[in-house]
Design a protein around this ligand. Structure first.
Ligand SMILES: Cc1cc2nc3c(=O)[nH]c(=O)nc-3n(C[C@H](O)[C@H](O)[C@H](O)COP(=O)(O)OP(=O)(O)OC[C@H]3O[C@@H](n4cnc5c(N)ncnc54)[C@H](O)[C@@H]3O)c2cc1C
Length: 483
């Protein structure tokens, strides 16, 4: 063999992991290089996806329990539960996921080497390990899957005690009474709703003019209602955010201004126990030799790749957060696998361009395809069908009545063009619609097939009936169609 390996993978997050597993299934010799001495799995397992979801799940269980068995004295969860209790579940999950990743790689005969990898030429990686030793490895192909890291705030410093980021929030020893979340997107609403379910009073400071602007407008309306019901305040667009300790009052003070305020220059102050900063992310593309081998980056420093995940250098591919949008574990798994298929010219595993998005707020949101407004702006003749959680039996039996499922479909062919859900289990539920949509199906699927009952999937059936009734402008006329 000309090289030590068929493929070397920098990083063991979802992109690197899936590329390694797929390459091994193709009978290729793969090496994963991981800079973290202790853990495998990157942000996916250790600081991002899995731990935040494990904490959220605990908050969700507490919320559901309180919904079902309301406490007469209305004692807040933070007064009843210790953060350590909530995080013990997360710790267990992290341990078992770390073990599983290591076991899967080992079982598939993927080699693992710990150390910081740097590209030396298009087929060589030099790795410096924790003891300062360097070692070189060669391969026919290299996958850069080094992920991303949080951008540091400009106007204040994270101390990981009072002012936290998405990693240090998971080391809190108590449930805060008051939390200010500084952030613009998905993670902000996820953490805001999670802590609010634990009784924390939450304010979100958003420096942008819009909040989750890609959501279908009716889902966005529901979000605002849910936030109001949970007494979560969103202040936007803010500027000049500053943070300081007030030792006399033993609080942290967050001051800010509002862009284009009616009273220009007015300063607002919130007293809080903790601040959670969830700014943007920057790709891990520095100091890893990309410039030396001639890999092109975009303006923000993300690796430029084609649809096969190939970079500007023929033998080097990149996948995951390091290539930019959508920066999700879900997409990273697929991108890593695509890279492996393309490297070894096994192109039978093509991937649909349309992907679902999940927002793990409480309740969840998920969507795929066109929103109602996007479809209308494109000039399409569409109709929508809606179903509300409060009108289905599963909503009643599980006491989860908040939410909506909305189908956007072509009026003539009834083909599904978009699905938008807010409510319990939205991120699982989306996949039934996704399957129908990607197989070119139409909304009659949900009427012509028996669905388990009671389930949240009934939302699809109700929304399909609702949509068809609209198309035929009468309740009984859909019978014609069912023939
Ligand atoms: C709070 C939070 C919640 C999230 N929730 C979700 C969610 O619910 N669903 C979802 O789909 N996504 C979620 N994400 C996003 C998801 O975690 C990332 O998109 C995903 O982990 C990116 O995968 P990756 O393989 O590109 O990189 P990572 O998972 O970041 O892994 C990169 C790995 O590369 C290693 N590395 C870096 N440089 C080198 C080097 N030079 N040599 C060797 N190793 C190196 C790092 O140590 C790391 O282990 C969340 C993120 C955060 C922060």
């Amino acid at each position: 063999m000309k090289y030590d390996y068929d493929v070397i993978i920098l990083g063991s997050g979802p992109a690197g992991f899936s590329c390694a597993m797929q390459s091994s299934k193709f009978g290729k010799k793969a090496l994963v290089i991981e800079a973290n001495e202790k853990y495998l799995g990157g942000a996916w397992i250790n600081t991002g996806t899995v731990p935040s979801k494990a904490l959220r799940e605990t908050a969700r269980i507490i919320q559901r329990y309180h919904n079902q068995f309301p406490d007469e004295e209305n004692i807040k969860p933070y007064a009843k539960y210790e953060m350590a209790e909530l995080l013990s579940y997360k710790e267990k999950t992290l341990k078992s996921k770390n073990k599983k990743v290591a076991k899967d790689l080992k079982k598939n005969e993927v080699d693992i080497y710990r150390g910081f990898g740097v590209l030396i030429d298009p087929n060589t990686v030099e790795v410096k390990n924790g003891d300062g030793e360097t070692k070189k490895f060669t391969a026919e192909y290299i996958l850069v899957a080094t992920g991303s890291k949080p951008i540091q705030p400009k106007n204040f410093k994270l101390d990981h005690n009072k002012i936290l980021d998405y990693a240090s929030i998971l080391t809190l020893t108590h449930i805060p009474r008051r939390l200010v979340v500084i952030g613009i997107g998905v993670n902000a609403i996820e953490y805001a709703t999670t802590f609010s379910k634990l009784g924390t009073r939450v304010t979100i400071l958003n420096e942008n003019d819009t909040f989750l602007r890609w959501l279908d407008h009716e889902i966005a309306e529901q979000v605002h209602e849910i936030l109001a019901d949970n007494k979560i305040e969103i202040v936007m667009p803010t500027k000049n955010i500053r943070i300081k300790d007030n030792d006399i009052r033993n609080v942290t003070e967050v001051s800010y201004q509002i862009k284009d305020d009616k009273e220009p220059g007015r300063k607002y102050v919130i007293e809080t126990e903790h601040v959670l900063y969830l700014g943007g992310k920057t790709p891990n593309t520095k100091n890893i030799g990309l410039d030396k081998v001639g890999i092109k980056l975009d303006k923000e420093g993300f690796v430029k790749v084609d649809k096969d995940m190939r970079s500007s250098v023929e033998s080097i591919y990149a996948a995951g957060d390091v290539v930019g949008f959508p920066r999700l574990a879900s997409a990273s798994f697929t991108q890593g696998r695509i890279a492996s298929c393309k490297m070894f010219d096994i192109a039978r595993l093509e991937v649909e361009a349309e992907i679902p998005y999940g927002i793990y707020s409480i309740p969840e949101m998920s969507n795929i395809g066109l929103t109602e407004n996007e479809a209308r702006e494109k000039g399409l003749d569409i109709t929508v069908g809606r179903a509300y959680y409060k009108n289905i039996t599963q909503g009643d039996v599980s006491n989860q009545q908040t939410g909506l499922l909305k189908l956007v479909f072509d009026t003539k062919t009834l083909k599904l063009l978009g699905i938008h859900i807010i409510g319990e289990r939205a991120s699982d539920l989306i996949h039934l619609g996704q399957a129908v949509m990607s197989l070119g199906g139409d909304i009659r699927y949900f009427i012509n097939h028996v669905l388990n009952y009671p389930t949240y999937s009934e939302l699809y059936r109700v929304a399909a009936f609702n949509g068809i009734n609209r198309v035929y402008k009468a309740g009984v006329k859909y019978k014609k169609l069912l023939k």
